[in-house]
Structure formats: structure tokens, C-alpha cells
Design a protein around this ligand. Structure first.
Ligand SMILES: O=C(O)CCC(=O)C(=O)O
Length: 273
């Protein structure tokens, strides 16, 4: 995938904005021709899913698919993350947030850290736009500065249109501070794991898809009693091998069929494909 000529490093204002507001948006990664490849990549991978499997319920693509692994190790993306996390960090999650045109799927307001048994809580999510995205086609929305409140009260909600099952109620949301993460295809936003975010249904005729990549500094440890499948791939620098299990680079193409899978579950599929 061709990289945009506009890629760069984060400047001091952007780094301060991340610390102060909890996000940065509109960072270029892929060129126009790279975006065509990105869209083909998304369609190819989603077409591999067995009938009845919802792509929004799958995860760990970086452990299953060499192509996804390569995307998540794109140097321009890692440079932006390094500017926030420093030179030693790992990749541990890769998934899609897809909403077809006219789809009713909603991502309720939440903090990622509510879902993740990671300590310390200091992860960065890259949200890579596969298509142009704004409020009309359900761009992700965030509450600026909400990451400064470490824990909002989440309640379980099994609404059939929800892509996640824990939500922060509307009365806890400071409406004045909502920002839509408008992005051109091939651009990324970055958000803190403590930032409140979510997205509405897609009432438009255009699809929207974000590829999310999760990175943490190498001192972060997962509680394996809660997440036994957790394993990491070094993204930059070094990692402490005694803190978390290490996942190999995929040796081929496999397809996750649910959210949580061990890396060894993909091995036989690599041999077959
Ligand atoms: O794409 C969305 O609407 C939400 C993404 C999200 O929840 C996340 O990146 O953690």
C-alpha cells in the first residue's frame, strides 16, 4: 500500500493536545493509490469470513493474517505511535469497526480501559479510515478531555444493535465536548484508552469502516486470568518477555471467527493456505 507523501512526525502541539484532550485526528498515512489497496484489503479479508460471522465480533487479525500484521507494522503508523508512547511498545489487538450503508449498528459510549485488564492503563488506539468518514456516515465521536476522569460508570446492555455490551449513560456525557473524528480514507486518528467514545447508526448511503490497532508501552502487563489468550508482538524497540506471552508473526493467512483467540489456533490454517 503506497504511503502518502504527507506523512510526518507528530509536532509538540499535537503531543500536548493528546495529553490534554485525549486524541489527535487527521494524520495522513496512505496515498490515493494506497487507499484503493486498503479498500481491496478490507473487502478481501471480510469476504473470507464464514457465513453468519459478523466482522465486528472478530478480533486478533494481526495474529491470524500476515497481511494484517504488515498493515499494523506500517512504519508511518508506528512513527506516530512512537511519538506518544516512546521507543518501546507492542501491538496486541487488531480489528474492524464496519457499518454498511443504512446499518443500525451502534457503538455505545465507553472507555476502552473498562474492557481491558491491562496495567498500567496507557494504551493508544489507531483508527484507520478505510472510507471517507464524517458525522453523516457515523464517524467515531469522542468526548474531549474525558480521559482525565479515569473511570466512568458502565452498565451492561445487550441491545441487539450494539457492537459492544457495556455503556456509559447519556447523562454522564458532556455534550459540549463531543468531537466527531472526521477522516479522509487513508488517514488515522489516535485516542487514549481512557477517552469516552462511541458512534451512531449509519443512516447514509455510504459505508464506513475503521481498522483499529492497539498498542501499549512494553511495561504494560495483561491479567491472563481474565484474558488468557492475550499475547503481544513487538512493534518498536524491546519488550519484557517475562511480562506477557509473545505471539509470532503469522506465517500465512488465517481468519479469526470470534473476538478472543489464541495465536496457535491459526497455525493449521497457515499451513493449508
Ligand atoms: O469505530 C467506532 O465507532 C468505535 C471504535 C472503538 O470503540 C474503539 O476503537 O475502541
Amino acid at each position: 500500500m503506497e504511503i502518502s507523501k504527507l506523512v510526518r512526525r507528530l509536532n509538540d502541539n499535537e503531543i500536548s493536545q493528546y495529553e490534554d484532550k485525549g486524541y489527535i485526528k487527521g494524520l495522513p498515512v496512505f496515498s490515493k493509490s494506497g487507499v484503493k489497496d486498503l479498500q481491496k484489503f478490507f473487502l478481501d479479508l471480510s469476504n473470507r469470513l464464514p457465513a453468519g460471522v459478523n466482522i465486528n465480533k472478530t478480533n486478533m487479525w494481526h495474529k491470524a493474517s500476515k497481511k494484517f500484521y504488515d498493515l499494523a507494522h506500517t512504519p508511518a503508523i508506528l512513527d506516530y505511535v512512537e511519538d506518544l508512547l516512546g521507543s518501546n511498545f507492542f501491538l496486541w489487538g487488531g480489528q474492524f469497526f464496519y457499518k454498511a450503508a443504512k446499518s443500525k449498528g451502534v457503538v455505545p459510549w465507553h472507555q476502552d480501559s473498562q474492557y481491558w485488564p491491562l496495567n498500567p492503563s496507557n494504551s493508544v488506539t489507531v483508527w484507520l479510515a478505510v472510507y471517507d468518514t464524517d458525522k453523516s456516515n457515523s464517524a467515531m465521536k469522542i468526548v474531549s478531555e474525558s480521559h482525565k476522569t479515569k473511570r466512568f460508570l458502565h452498565k451492561f446492555n445487550d441491545d441487539k444493535n450494539y457492537d459492544l455490551n457495556q455503556e456509559v449513560s447519556n447523562d454522564q456525557i458532556d455534550k459540549e465536548k463531543i468531537v466527531y473524528m472526521n477522516l479522509k480514507a487513508g488517514e488515522i486518528s489516535l485516542h487514549s484508552d481512557a477517552l469516552l467514545h462511541g458512534s451512531d447508526a449509519n443512516y447514509s448511503n455510504n459505508p464506513r469502516c475503521g481498522i483499529t490497532l492497539r498498542y501499549s508501552p512494553s511495561n504494560v502487563k495483561a491479567d491472563l486470568s481474565e484474558w488468557p489468550f492475550f499475547s503481544v508482538q513487538i512493534a518498536r524497540g524491546e519488550t519484557n518477555h517475562s511480562l506477557n506471552p509473545i505471539a509470532p508473526m503469522p506465517r500465512g493467512e488465517a481468519t479469526p471467527v470470534k473476538g478472543f483467540q489464541f495465536h496457535h489456533e491459526f497455525e493449521s490454517e497457515w499451513r493449508r493456505n
